[in-house]
Write a protein that binds this ligand. Structure first.
Ligand code: BES
Ligand code: MN
Ligand code: ZN
Length: 484
């Protein structure tokens, strides 16, 4: 774990990181305390001789044996945009993490605006991420002194956003044996109550009483019963203050997706402990809103269930009644995500008076085929909401691509025995969105399908291997700009 700080007094450290823009080392922020003149001269000579790669994300290491610091990391800054600073900082964060025993590092990179400082802090914290089970103790704490010109509020925002994304990664990476729906509820309650939210975790009896037929059908085959996790955040403010917008975030919380009786094959099942990453994303986003005291009301809903195989599993041909009474014919028990989302979306619309609903889910393999592993497909029934997500994608560097709610495919949902079937066929990402659409009625709504970017097979420019935390920073940026 790393701890970012702006030191009051400049002090010697083991490692100094300096930035490289083109062929120029950026030395003005580096004090002689952090880097003795002789070492700075050596770094300049090194750059002249070796011309290290200055693209964002590249790092060259210059050892200074027997000296303090004992090495200098030269980090490419690319075009020095906020996005490039973030990518550079991710690489620095990883390098610091991999130094292991090194306790104290100074980063001498300027990030003068709010956005630049946020990107710098986000990158450093995201880059240093490491999943460990059981959670590793704080004895590997590394202190990072930021000795460039930085914006304090931006640093805090970036630190908190990356922290929230790191929590979402942890939840996503935790095996399903440890992360049942009930356990997810407990962890959400502990973490988010501390952040100032109120949390309620509803059990099966409550779900049955309220008519959550989708959540109960999906969770019914598991020994670990389903839950509905509801988190709400409201900023503290005066009575006379104008009313706040209320955004409801709904995240798919399938703690493991075996496919149910329509069992997945081995390869397709292998990573299905990450099928709750949409849920983790909304929990992370609301944590950020609360930590930043954003002037906006947010509710996060996570319908959590394990899609498992047993004598009490739902069957193909079952007909279920979703929250609010719409019926669904189960054509395929592996199309379970939309069943739990439909209940939660209908509940949000009926009970929570949202100004907008955004759901996020590892919903379809089809979206991975369409857009690959780094981009989320999204659907929206409202152009202003879509524009807000596009803006948030640029700020957060989490890519999105708008997909059409193409009406001509609605007939694929027709069922002779219910209002819709859950296996409408291809185009799979689109028909899944069309399945959800009736549940939002005319409330402004966006649906993000993150089956691709929620997990990664290897480290990317920002993503970690395993659960990536995708969506936390995207939704956090969306909430931030919508609030202001
Ligand atoms: N969780 C899966 C979607 C998924 C696939 C996420 C690959 C991440 C990687 C979802 O529940 C699912 O099984 N979807 C089916 C739907 C089909 C049966 C209509 C799919 O996409 O194949
Ligand atoms: Mn499935
Ligand atoms: Zn699933």
């Amino acid at each position: 774990m790393i701890l970012l700080q702006i030191p009051e007094h400049r002090r010697p450290c083991d490692v100094v990181v300096i930035g490289l823009a083109g062929h120029e080392l950026e030395l003005p922020g580096v004090s002689t305390t952090a880097l003795p003149v002789s070492a700075a001269e050596a770094a300049v000579a090194y750059v002249n001789a070796e011309s290290p790669d200055a693209r964002a994300g590249r790092i060259a290491t210059m050892p200074l044996p027997g000296q303090v610091p004992s090495r200098v990391l030269i980090a490419g800054l690319g075009d020095e945009t906020a996005a490039d600073l973030r990518r550079a900082a991710v690489a620095i964060g990883r390098a610091i993490r991999d130094l292991g025993a090194v306790q104290r590092v100074s980063v001498a990179i300027d990030a003068q605006s709010f956005d630049e400082s946020r990107a710098l802090a986000e990158g450093l914290v995201l880059g240093s991420y490491k999943f460990a089970m059981p959670a590793s103790a704080d004895d590997d704490l590394q202190i990072v002194d930021l000795i460039g010109a930085v914006d304090r509020a931006g640093l805090t925002a970036g630190d908190e956003a990356a922290d929230a994304a790191g929590w979402a990664r942890d939840l996503g990476n935790t095996p399903a044996s440890e992360l049942t729906p009930a356990r997810l509820g407990e962890l959400a309650e502990a973490q988010l109550t501390a952040a100032g939210c109120s949390v309620s975790v509803r059990d099966e009896a409550w779900l049955a009483d309220q008519g959550f037929g989708g959540v109960l059908a999906v969770g019914g085959g598991s020994a670990s019963g389903p839950r509905l996790i509801e988190v709400s955040y409201r900023p503290r403010r005066g009575r006379a203050a104008p009313p706040l917008k209320h955004i409801v975030l709904v995240g798919k919380g399938i703690t493991f997706d075996t496919g149910g009786l329509n069992l997945k094959r081995s390869g397709a099942m292998r990573m299905m402990h990450t099928d709750m990453c949409g849920g983790a994303a909304v929990l992370g986003a609301i944590q950020y809103a609360a930590m930043q005291h954003l002037p906006i009301r947010v509710t996060a809903l996570v319908p959590a269930a394990e899609n498992s195989v047993s004598g009490t599993s739902m069957r193909p041909s079952d007909i279920i009644s979703q929250f609010g009474g719409r019926t669904t014919e189960i054509g395929n028990t592996d199309a379970e995500g939309r069943l739990v989302l439909a209940d939660a979306i209908a509940y949000a619309v009926a009970r929570l008076k949202p100004d907008a609903v955004i759901d996020i889910a590892t919903l379809t393999g089809a979206m991975k085929v369409a857009l690959g592993l780094e981009t989320a497909g999204y659907f929206a029934n409202d152009d202003e909401l879509a524009a807000g997500l596009e803006r948030a994608a640029l700020t957060s560097d989490e890519a999105v691509w708008r997909m059409p709610l193409e009406h001509k495919y609605v007939s694929a949902l027709d069922s002779p025995v219910a209002d819709a079937r859950n296996d409408p066929g291809n185009p799979g990402g689109i028909t899944a969105a069309l399945f959800l659409q009736p549940f939002v009625k005319d409330v402004p709504w966006a649906h993000l399908d993150i089956a691709g970017p929620a997990r990664a097979l290897s480290e990317g420019p920002i993503f970690s291997r395993g659960a990536t935390g995708y969506g936390v920073r995207l939704l956090a940026s969306y909430l931030e700009t919508t609030a202001r």
